[in-house]
Design a binder for this molecule. Structure first.
Ligand code: ADP
Length: 664
């Protein structure tokens, strides 16, 4: 079939329909894809909005905390010195070492809680005895090189009422005892000296000097265990801020202590915390000096990064006082973050604070979180940049992926459904088109069938009425012709009407007990009369004693007639038809065989459908309506039997009607 013929109406309608459906399916797919993309964008937008919202809330909450702290500092500024001490210690009391309140006056530095600073940025000059007090003893010690008498002189002084003189004298006694090789006595003297605590000797606490001197002496005496223990205690007291000393002194004595004692990692970390705090206080002192010079900020917040640790400074000043909070990350975590935790849990977010240089001050921070809201310090007025990210980004991603999978599945199902619908509709339409084609073929075939006998009838009747038939014999032949053609027409019309009734289920059968031999012989004889003049003959073979069947004589005759008619029609060369009756598988069989065109295997089932004609019949130009076999099928089925066909293309066909024998 050529392409242009195939596309003739109404097939092009089918093509159009398929095209539209495919466009529809493609549009559906595209829409689905767009929906997925849009859903993703919407989800991202929603997450971003949530994070932005949370960032604003957290920023506001942190700012509130900061202002609360400022308010407390301002409150402290207004207090008298004695009240301030008590209140300041109370404020940082729970922060246990991670925050302290610093108070600067023009010539003093105080830290709360007390002993919370390992070294001080400024130490007021302590009152110490004049050097002349020890002049006699030192003359004996250094000029006369007589340590024994020097010891006596210093011992005398060590009984002074002034603790500073006592301290200076004891230190010198110890020194001279070492010179006279009395280390044990020197150790006892240093012990005594240590009792004097913070009493200054050359700006340093007597206790610190004494305990250091003991360590040196114990080391000389090779009392390793004891020196290690005392150095450990010295180290611990140093970084616990037991003494008010300057940075240089702290460094020196801490290093000395480490000569005999190696602190574990935890202690070292604590020391670094303490050092970072002290360094922050130093910076604050510098600011205080600048404020005095009229350059610094009289109030403010600053985030610092010292010794790999974050520190927060917040201060307030009056003309003669500065009060500041110096806080480490632990304080921020305990006091601020824990207060924010319920809010963060509610919003399903986590928080990170970074300073201007990008150091992580607080919280968890990944450099490339899937999505985060960032608020710079200029936006929030906080000394940090705020990063708010999803609390559980993995769960969110999984949830998003699940929703997408569901959407995708839905669309796949919908598309499959549409495609299946398209397939079934297309199939139905194809079938309808095929039926339409068959019907139109049928109409032309029927018209053709009618035209031939009608033409003969007209021709013969014209000859007869015009009196142009010369002899009586000829006239008889023409009458015979008229009868034959009108019978053929009658047969045709009857067939069509009969088929119409069968299709409508209105064909009634008149069943009776029949001997098939007689019926078959009668039909074959009648049929043979019509074909003999074209040189055809029917060979009939009947087996004896066929069981009787219950059948409608007229219907069964018509079925057999149709088979015989087909055998003649489709056997143009071999002009013998074989009819055989026999018993097959307990059934009565009527077989009609020819050696004609045969039927291709794939058409053998189709030819029993109405209007269907095999390709070989069309090619050979044999006329027909495509109804004969459909009728045979109807009739035989109504008799409870079946029709079988075996055939070879160009090798002839055998049609067999099988009928059940009548029950006795
Ligand atoms: P038609 O009026 O076309 O003969 P039928 O229903 O009787 O209609 O037969 C259907 C088709 O089966 C025929 O068109 C023909 O192609 C095929 N057919 C039927 N009988 C034979 C046969 N004996 N030999 C070859 N082809 C046959």
């Amino acid at each position: 079939m050529s392409l242009s013929r195939w596309f003739r109406p109404p097939r092009y309608l089918l093509t159009l329909f398929l095209g539209i459906m495919l466009v529809l399916a493609a549009t559906l797919g595209w829409l689905g894809w767009r929906l997925l993309v849009q859903d993703r964008a919407l989800e991202n937008q929603r997450t971003q909005e949530r994070l932005d919202n949370a960032a604003d809330l957290i920023g506001a909450s942190l700012l509130r905390k900061l202002s609360e702290g400022d308010g407390q500092l301002t409150g402290l500024l207004a207090l008298s010195d004695s009240e301030l001490g008590a209140r300041a210690s109370g404020l940082t009391g729970q922060a246990s070492g991670s925050a302290l309140i610093i108070v600067f006056r023009s010539q003093a530095v105080d830290a709360y809680p007390p002993a919370s600073l390992v070294y001080y940025p400024f130490l007021p000059r302590a009152k110490e005895p004049p050097a002349s007090v020890f002049a006699t003893g030192e003359a004996l010690e250094f000029q006369q090189k007589d340590p024994g008498r020097a010891i006596a002189a210093f011992r005398e002084l060590s009984r002074s009422k002034d603790p500073a003189i006592r301290a200076g004298a004891l230190l010198r006694v110890g020194r001279n005892l070492r010179k006279v090789q009395q280390p044990k006595a020197a150790l006892d003297v240093y012990d005594e000296l240590a009792q004097l605590g913070a009493t200054p000797i050359g700006g340093l606490p007597a206790e610190l000097l004494a305990r250091h001197a003991r360590c040196v002496l114990l080391d000389e005496l090779k009392r390793t265990t004891q020196v290690k223990q005392e150095a450990g205690e010295l180290y611990a007291d140093l970084h616990n801020g037991r003494w008010q000393i300057a940075r240089g002194a702290y460094r020196f004595y801490a290093q000395e202590a480490r000569r005999w004692y190696s602190p574990d990692a935890e202690l070292q970390a604590r020391e670094r915390d303490a050092l970072a705090t002290a360094a922050a206080v130093e910076l604050l002192w510098e600011e205080w000096q600048r404020i005095h010079r009229g350059e610094g900020l009289s109030a403010g917040h600053r985030s610092l990064w010292i010794l790999d640790r974050p520190m927060l400074l917040a201060w307030r000043t009056t003309s003669d006082r500065l009060v500041a909070l110096v806080a480490g990350s632990r304080y921020l975590e305990q006091h601020w973050l824990s207060a924010l935790q319920p809010l963060m849990d509610r919003q399903g977010v986590r928080l990170a604070l970074t300073d201007a240089e990008g150091h992580l001050i607080l919280g968890q921070f990944s450099a490339t979180p899937p999505r985060q809201a960032v608020r710079s310090s200029s936006e929030t007025q906080l000394p940090w940049t705020l990063h708010v990210a999803s609390g559980d980004p993995h769960a969110e991603l999984t949830q998003q992926a699940n929703r997408h999978r569901l959407l995708f599945l839905g669309f796949t199902l919908l598309s499959t459904f549409v495609l299946v619908c398209i397939y079934f509709i297309a199939r139905a339409v194809t079938r309808e088109l095929e039926v339409a084609r068959l019907q139109s073929d049928f109409v032309s075939a029927v018209s053709h069938e009618f035209r031939t006998p009608l033409a003969s009838l007209r021709q013969l009747s014209e000859l007869l009425t015009d009196g142009r038939v010369p002899t009586e014999q000829r006239r008889q032949e023409y009458y015979e012709g008229l009868r034959r053609e009108s019978e053929r027409l009658h047969h045709l019309v009857e067939s069509l009407l009969d088929f119409g009734r069968m299709e409508a289920g209105a064909r009634e059968y008149d069943f009776e007990l029949l001997e098939l031999e007689g019926l078959v012989r009668g039909v074959v004889e009648d049929f043979s009369q019509g074909i003999s003049e074209r040189g055809y003959r029917v060979d009939i073979t009947q087996s004896d004693r066929l069981p009787a069947v219950r059948a409608d004589q007229e219907a069964l005759s018509r079925a057999l007639w149709n088979l015989l008619d087909n055998a003649v029609k489709y056997s143009p060369h071999c002009r013998t038809i074989w009819v055989e009756t026999a018993c097959e598988d307990g059934q009565v069989a009527i077989q009609v065989r020819d050696q004609g065109l045969g039927i291709a295997p794939h058409e053998r089932e189709q030819i029993f459908k109405k209007f269907v004609r095999a390709a070989s019949a069309e090619t050979a130009g044999a006329r027909g309506t495509g109804l004969g076999l459909a009728m045979v099928q109807h009739i035989v089925s109504a008799h409870g039997g079946e029709v079988r066909v075996s055939s070879q293309p160009s090798g002839g066909s055998t049609f067999t009607i099988l009928l059940p024998p009548a029950k006795e």
